[in-house]
Design a protein around this ligand. Structure first.
Ligand code: G3P
Ligand code: CA
Length: 733
């Protein structure tokens, strides 16, 4: 039977996601704006006080329900069992042992099952003292002697309090208590609680919910609970198709909530109420995934997050120099955001910056912090005011000019596309290496691919682009990396559209806007859309970030002396900076590779034209790369390494363009971090490549270590579990 109910107490739908309930005006809205699946399909995120406000008072006692009411929870959750004499009582476990003094009172009646005791016997038990012993920080004298309440007593209590709080009732062990559902319905009906705004039914038991479906009014919501092992290995579409026959929502263990899970649920028009979400950080993460409510032992925390602004998608630092850094965060609603930065973890002396989070930047904020000390670890914390939760992070400033210091960098690209959605384990492994910085080599989103954030691609408007970044920031692994080191983010094509040429693509400015909203990017780099820039880490490394997209001729243009990928100004800038650089190692961050032809035949997107594969292909940008290659060679610029991603496998190449037996520069390509994996392809021979390693078919990232003392550059390719697949030490000349 198809479900006919609609979930939510006094809730109306937002964004018209539930097709069968979409008002006409909403349907029109849907056509212009494609809603992300990672947002609630109801207009209020429900606060469900799990076993009452059971973090603060003994679970399933009137004291815990009273606290839930005071904290303005929308629901109190009740687990029901049945006594020997057929009374429904509120208790979680099937035995009385954990939450009462039953062992002391009735020592010879192990295992103290609820079903073996009469209500009169149960009423003699103390259901509060255990709490005081277990949670001394919340202990109160008044909890001693609290009783296990019946369902009727709970309803009476709520009525006496004049509260509108609704009941969220779970039928526990329904197979042990035949007739439980009928009894429950009878009590609710008698009390005027068998109404859609008064009760939701939940159960791990499908049979119990199907039974309730037959005997309760059609508009009362039913919710299928899932533990991890109920879902593991199952096709989510099948799971939701089945649940949608009788339920309006699902209650998954919080560990099950991922973008893929949310997409399935919301596409099936089912609400998601995960359990049991207790810390504010966990709540914020679940909110970023778009859940429609949560079971929590601490309802006040979620009530606050529903009201006051909070940092919604983590924080980040970037564009670090020896004296400055850019800090980034996003809030849940317009608010002033306060950043504190200190070289002391206790923040005794902190630089404080405030900035307003505004809707035109999708509530993202960035501040530049200056006058920092070189080669110093900084701590930051950020807070949306007047909210109370903080997000913290750390970064290290670059060494002072002329300093030589060892350096570890992680790099990679290609995340959130071609059927792959967060979480991505590689980010966590990158963070664990404690790098000095992370170079995100492009395709930081896949704006033109279907994901839960943009189910009907390509991204067309700024909201779609923003939604993609938010989707990737639901990944705790990415947030961990971004909050543990600084990032230099570069863009490639999928920040806008596959293989785009900036000047000719109408979406360029939209993609650029979202990219610069969601990455910590300095004004110098974003001004006039430049994005190319040099960052120095003392004398150890100069990092030349290219912008391979904004100035390029179309991929289809025949290659020649007048064809450009970088544009004249950027090319001259690169030459000048390379010439002026006295850093031991020069890293050129190019979002596209040198010798691996990408794009399509006769529309090559990377430098190579791939005419070894297709002899008539006269596209690519080889003429321009030849100018760079020649410049490096003629000026005897040593230790030049191109760092890239984009090819969806790992490739380490060294180049001898004039075939004289001397290596003139190298290319290091890693990835994908989280997109489709490919296999090594044939190299275009134009610039004399020698392949040192190539491997595909796995998620991976790269590590570069520079040891100025040993005059050694080390490159590694690691898989998403951190296992080293390639390691090579190169001498620094
Ligand atoms: O009902 C949601 C949640 O309570 C399910 O877990 O074991 O706490 O009843 P449990
Ligand atoms: Ca429960």
């Amino acid at each position: 039977m198809k479900k006919t109910r609609m979930i939510g107490l006094s809730l109306s739908l937002s964004l018209g996601l539930v097709a069968s309930y979409v008002p006409k005006a909403m349907a029109a809205y849907e056509q212009v704006k494609q809603p992300s699946m990672l947002q609630p399909i109801v207009d209020h995120v429900d606060v469900i006080a799990h076993r009452g406000a059971s973090g603060y008072a003994p679970e399933h006692t009137l004291a815990a329900y009273e606290k839930a009411i005071k904290m303005k929870a929308n629901y109190v959750e009740l687990d029901l069992h049945m006594t020997k004499d057929g009374e429904l009582i509120a208790i979680h476990d099937s035995t009385l042992a954990r939450t009462t003094n039953v062992e002391e009172k009735y020592p010879d009646r192990a295992p103290w099952r609820v079903k073996d005791f009469t209500l009169a016997e149960i009423k003699k038990l103390d259901a509060g003292s255990w709490f005081n012993k277990t949670y001394p920080e919340y202990a109160k004298k008044q909890y001693v002697g609290e009783k296990i309440p019946t369902l009727q007593e709970v309803i009476d209590f709520i009525k006496k309090k004049g509260s509108k709080v609704a009941l969220y009732i779970e039928t526990k062990d329904p197979d042990v208590y035949p007739g439980m559902e009928e009894k429950l319905v009878e009590i609710l009906k008698k009390n005027g609680y068998l109404k859609k705004d008064k009760v939701v039914f939940q159960s791990f038991s499908e049979a119990s919910l199907r039974k309730l479906q037959e005997i309760v009014p059609k508009d009362i919501p039913l919710l299928q609970l899932y533990s991890p092992n109920m879902i593991q290995g199952k096709n989510l579409d099948d799971v939701f198709n089945r649940a949608a026959e009788y339920a309006e929502g699902v209650g998954p263990d919080k560990s099950l909530v991922t973008p893929a899970f949310m997409q399935e649920a919301h596409e099936h028009h089912m609400i998601v109420h995960p359990y049991t979400v207790n810390t504010k950080d966990e709540m914020v993460e679940q909110l970023s995934l778009g859940v429609d409510g949560m079971f929590t032992n601490y309802p006040d925390r979620l009530v606050e997050l529903n009201k006051k602004a909070y940092i919604s998608h983590g924080a980040a630092s970037g564009e670090v120099t020896d004296t400055s850094a850019v800090l980034w965060a996003r809030t849940s609603q317009p608010a002033m955001v306060r950043f504190e930065v200190s070289d002391d973890a206790s923040f005794k002396k902190a630089i404080i910056k405030t900035e307003k989070a505004a809707s035109k930047h999708d509530l993202t904020v960035q501040v530049k912090v200056t006058r920092l000390k070189p080669d110093t670890i900084y701590y930051y914390r950020v807070q949306a005011l007047p909210g109370s939760n903080q997000v913290s992070g750390t970064f290290k400033t670059a060494p002072a000019k002329n300093e030589l210091k060892p350096l570890t960098i992680v790099w990679g690209g290609d995340t959130g596309g071609q059927g792959n959605i967060p979480p991505f384990k590689a980010f966590s492994e990158m963070a664990d290496l404690k790098p000095d910085f992370f170079l995100f080599s492009g395709d930081t989103i896949y704006a033109d691919n279907a994901t839960p954030a943009v189910p009907n691609p390509p991204s067309k408007n700024i909201e779609d682009f923003w939604a993609k970044y938010k989707e990737n920031r639901t990944d705790p692994n990415l947030r961990k990396l971004l909050q543990s080191t600084s990032t230099y983010a570069i863009w490639d094509d999928h920040e806008v559209k596959n293989d785009f040429s900036g000047p000719f693509e109408p979406l360029t400015s939209t993609g650029f806007r979202a990219f610069t909203d969601y990455w910590p990017i300095s004004d110098e780099r974003s001004s006039s859309g430049k994005l190319y820039h040099k960052f120095s880490w003392g004398n150890t490394v100069d990092l030349f970030i290219l912008n391979n997209r904004s100035y390029r001729d179309p991929d289809t243009k025949p290659d020649g002396m007048d064809k450009t990928m970088l544009g004249q100004e950027q090319l001259e800038w690169l030459k000048k900076e390379l010439l002026n650089s006295d850093a031991q190692v020069k890293l050129i961050a190019s979002s596209v590779p040198i010798s691996i032809p990408t794009g399509k035949p006769n529309a090559r997107d990377s430098w190579a034209n791939g005419d070894n594969i297709n002899p008539n292909d006269n596209t690519g940008y080889e003429h321009e790369f030849a100018k760079i290659s020649k410049f490096i060679k003629e000026n005897n610029i040593k230790n030049v390494n191109f760092v890239t991603a984009d090819i969806h496998y790992a490739d380490i190449i060294q180049y001898d363009p004039d075939h004289n037996g001397t290596v003139d520069y190298r290319e290091f390509a890693s990835g994908p971090i989280g997109a489709g994996t490919g296999q090594p392809t044939t190299l275009d021979p134009t610039f004399g490549p020698e392949r040192l390693y190539a491997e595909g078919g796995f998620f991976n990232f790269g590590v570069i270590k520079v040891d100025p003392g040993l005059k050694q550059l080390t490159v590694e390719i690691r898989d998403e579990n951190g296992k080293v697949h390639f390691h090579r030490d190169f001498p620094i000349e």
